[in-house]
Design a protein. Structure first.
Length: 365
């Protein structure tokens, strides 16, 4: 039996699951779009793997099932958004166009977001900015998972940052990277699948280097590049925390209810107009020769190229149902009949059979 799903089927699966957990249609669709794009582009750690966390945070009440985010413009260049405990993709879908408009008018714009749960890749928001002819920078923090350089105690989140550069006649350059040695989701997947990780990824709870992802999850990740990555992580603590009116990672953890979902926090997004700042209509003339030179190197890879290659070639995605129905969620999901409300396709059938058996045994309908 094939576990291959089309991107549309993945979108429908996520939307229907979140709707069944009580989420509003617009919020469910925003998250479904983000997860299905991650699967389309090969970002497994930010695709269906995240679905149980989204579900858990809706059911616990940490994330607002029917949020009413509010956007205010505090200056010509600054937009401030109170997310009302929503998922960040909903804010991006509603308000990134506002950021594009003010940036194209005055050359620079900032979208400051707080009280949101960010559980996704960062490249979707910066890619949108680049597709509108703007440079994009975005970052967010998380709960402590990374030890500062030289320390043996977690303080920083994985604290990802994304950058995008627009191109007039080609796909934009976009990168999205954790400031830890590896994204936390990739460590979790390695632990699930039983794969070792490179030395230098993290340390165990005693502070010893290890390649065992389970021991790293019990201990902590290390920053990329030693003290340099550690400083980047610190910078993002400030940008996505106090600068946008939010807490830093260790306070975020103290306030979190540990429901298995993402914490509430902030996000910093900046857009820059190369046309206005450079004062040139042909602002790309100095960038393109550099990109061509980089592309000519044997090991040179243009950030974002692999995602666009996947988009051209993808038809269906092989998924592991256990990725998003882990043991600790399985009974809850079955009892609440999520599976029985989803459209029946061949690879779901074993879960329907189990779901019906469990539900018929425990509950009378």
């Amino acid at each position: 039996m094939s576990n291959a799903l089309s991107i549309e089927e993945i979108f429908n699966l996520v939307r229907d699951t979140l709707n069944n957990a009580g989420s509003s249609d617009d919020q469910s669709e925003a998250v479904a779009e983000t997860i299905s794009k991650a699967e389309r582009d090969g970002s497994v750690s930010h695709g269906l793997f995240r679905l149980p966390g989204y579900y858990a945070s809706l059911k616990s009440g940490k994330v607002n099932q029917n949020p009413s985010p509010k956007l205010t413009q505090t200056t010509k260049a600054v937009l401030k958004c109170d997310g009302d405990r929503s998922y960040a993709p909903l804010i991006h879908k509603k308000y990134l166009n506002n950021l594009v408009e003010i940036t194209k008018e005055i050359g620079v714009g900032i979208l400051s977001i707080n009280r949101v749960a960010h559980f996704a890749s960062l490249w979707p928001e910066t890619e949108i900015l680049a597709e509108n002819g703007l440079v994009g920078i975005a970052c967010t923090s998380y709960m402590p998972a990374v030890a500062p350089f030289g320390a043996h105690e977690k303080l920083y989140g994985t604290n990802p940052i994304s950058f995008s550069w627009p191109r007039k006649n080609a796909n934009p350059i976009v990168f999205d990277m954790a400031t830890s040695s590896l994204a936390l989701g990739d460590v979790q997947i390695a632990a699930r699948d039983g794969h070792d990780l490179p030395i230098g990824t993290g340390i165990d709870k005693e502070g010893n280097g290890t390649t065992d992802p389970k021991k790293i999850l019990e201990g902590m990740l290390l920053p990329f590049g030693g003290y340099k990555g550690s400083h980047f992580a610190m910078m993002i603590e400030f940008l996505a925390g106090p600068l946008v009116g939010e807490t830093t990672s260790f306070i975020t953890k103290e306030n979190n209810i540990n429901d298995g979902g993402p914490p509430l926090g902030g996000q910093f997004i900046m857009a820059l107009s190369p046309e206005i700042i450079s004062d040139l209509n042909d602002w790309d003339k100095n960038a393109e020769p550099f990109i061509e030179k980089l592309s000519s190197f044997g090991g040179g890879r243009i950030p974002g190229k692999r995602r666009h290659d996947n988009r051209r070639n993808i038809k269906k995605v092989e998924v592991n149902p256990c990725t998003f129905i882990p043991k600790n969620h399985f009974k809850q999901i079955l009892v609440e009949k999520i599976l029985t409300r989803l459209p029946l396709t061949p690879w779901y059938k074993p879960f329907y059979d189990v779901a019906n058996a469990v539900i018929n045994y425990f509950i009378q309908f």
